[in-house]
Design a protein. Sequence first.
Length: 235
Amino acid sequence: MKKLEDEVLTNNNLVALAKSIYEEAKAMGFTSTDYVKLVNSILSFTMLKNEEPTTDKKDKLDNSVVKELPIISENLIIRKYSKETDREVLKSWLTDEKSKLFLLSRTSANNLDIDKLDNDESHLFGLVTLRNGTPIGLLALLNIDKKNKKAEMRKLIGNSEYRGRGFAKEATRLWIDYCINVFELKKIYINTLEINIKNISLNRHLGFKIEGVLKNECYIDGKHYDVFRMAYYKN
């Protein structure tokens, strides 16, 4: 039975990875010939004896640095979210189609209600700002399970002017570090739509691994989508 479960998990991982690579290549304008070259290149890499790990060295976390909020980095500050001063900013971000995905439930019929989040002790939010205090995004830990030391993570760069500039990656690295040090989490998981290829790629670079694929899990605008379950494990 254990062997069968391992085989199913491996197959799910392979399908998820192949789909991610295919979508990224498709967005880059790959032709049929290009896909063949890509496969050959991958096969060539498997011949190397000293294969480099997936996570870049610069993306590895230093778990001895972050202790409490606020977190201050070279470009960003992550401070506690305040419903008194930050709620209206967050609501303005959530009018954007891409930002609405932050509230979307990937595993149930119930989406998050921003007006109820503030009083739920099982959630934690950190507001992302530039060093000058300009709010640009939000980080979240949802359904914090203190007993099993795990939680779901979500991230949002709500101000579209600051998307695609590396701030999501920088903020997420700091947030993971905070979750591990302060909450002593052993597992941080993410549920992401199959169409969010940039997010899947970013998560992989930060050390998240695909645990499996939930087929036709999410229904949006009359269409079903697969959900990728990814997880980051301490150590």
